[in-house]
Write a protein that binds this ligand. Structure first.
Ligand code: SMG
Ligand code: MG
Length: 366
């Protein structure tokens, strides 16, 4: 395909409620979308970088500039999704930015071919089990109200964000109020040190599905120590930046479950390789989330349809984060969300909504 132009669109979206993690509190998203125009079709993608470089070193404004100034100029005149990453290999890091470019090209390519992303990736599941990520709260009663609301809304799994000082007590309170049958897991976003092991081992008595990324991103060996000491499975998120990183973490015994985020690993093609590596090793996976709008959510649903996605994913309904999504909203029914079936990612931004909410648009001609 020949790319005629690429539009970078920035959208400011308020969250329906503040989302607090061990990195801080988020009240809005600074979203970067890109739209690739080819003679055959257009392609859309969402960059998952946050407004500030706290989850990873990438952030929206930086991704915007690196895409416009460094990545798009390196694309070949005749491009396919498979040729994007090799063309960008001279740029170090910036996986979220690279993933955005690859996904938009892939979306255009699949729309032109009339094929869904789910079919292209090899999805075998037509709906996915929806979990919800619950931020750190100011009080236990407030947390219990929030969790109760999500259970009433039908979510099939609850993930509690934890940090030192907010870990065993909230888990104990949720178990006490809602019982042992609720599928429950925790995510520390790297907030602990190896020396916290004795304190956090108290979580073992609550029958959690998993403990996600307790230690820093680089501390794969520490995760291996913890995995050997805990009864609860250790799951990695931030540490798994590629299929190779996944293979090595598994080989070292650092995790027995992997959270797959396409932005973090540099795109859907690499995300599928992470899936395959884990599947071959007998390690189940689930799809992580980065508070995506419908554009990113749709693509994540396609990936989560692959056969080794056997645990509930962080793919919630649009209304978990946004009063007005950029696409037709995704809704959870009986704990499930359908995988889109239309060509490409299967959705596009609603033009009027995008026109109203876009705060900046830049057109680049490679
Ligand atoms: O999209 O529902 C979602 C967000 C799920 O908790 C979630 N994501 O580490 O897994 C994670 C976090 C990262 C985003 S907050 C910095
Ligand atoms: Mg996580």
């Amino acid at each position: 395909m020949k790319i005629e132009s690429v539009e970078l669109v920035r959208v400011e979206l308020p969250l329906v409620t503040p989302f607090r993690t061990s990195f801080g509190t988020q009240t809005r998203r600074d979203v970067l979308l890109i739209r690739v125009l080819t003679p055959e079709a257009e392609g859309w993608a969402e960059c998952v970088a946050g407004k500030h470089p706290v989850y990873s070193s990438e952030y929206t404004e930086g991704a915007h500039r690196v895409i416009a100034d460094e990545l798009l100029p390196r694309l070949p005149g005749d491009v396919t999704a498979a040729s994007v990453m090799p063309a960008l290999s001279g740029v170090q890091g910036h996986r979220m930015a690279k993933a955005t470019v690859e996904t938009a090209v892939l979306d255009a390519q699949l729309r032109a071919a009339g094929m869904s992303l789910a079919h292209y990736l090899g999805a075998t599941q037509s709906e996915i089990v929806s979990g919800v990520s619950v931020g750190i709260h100011d009080s236990i009663p407030g947390l219990l109200d929030t969790v109760g609301g999500y259970l009433d809304a039908g979510y099939a799994r609850i993930k509690l964000k934890i940090e030192p000082g907010w870990d065993v007590a909230p888990v104990a309170a949720v178990r006490e109020r809602f019982g042992d049958n609720v599928a429950l897991q925790v995510d520390a976003n790297c907030a602990y040190a190896r020396s916290d092991i004795r304190r956090l081992r108290a979580l073992d008595e609550f029958g959690l599905l998993l403990i996600e990324q307790p230690l820093p991103e680089e501390d794969v060996a520490g995760h291996a120590q913890w995995a050997a000491a805990f009864d609860t499975p250790i799951c990695l998120d931030e540490s798994v930046v590629s299929a190779q990183a996944a293979a090595e973490a598994i080989r070292l015994g650092a995790c027995s479950i992997v959270n797959i985020k396409p932005g973090r690993v540099g795109g859907y093609l690499e995300a599928r390789r992470v899936h395959d590596v884990c599947q071959a090793a007998g390690v189940p996976v689930w799809a992580g989330g980065m508070l995506e709008t419908g554009i990113g959510r749709a693509a994540n649903l396609a990936l989560a349809g692959l056969p080794n996605f056997t645990l509930p994913s962080d793919i919630s309904g649009s209304d978990r984060y946004y009063q007005q999504d950029l696409t037709e909203p995704f809704t959870v029914v009986d704990g499930l969300i359908p995988v889109p079936t239309g060509p490409g990612i299967g959705v596009t931004p609603i033009p009027d909504v995008l026109a109203e909410l876009a705060v900046r648009r830049e057109v680049v001609r490679p």
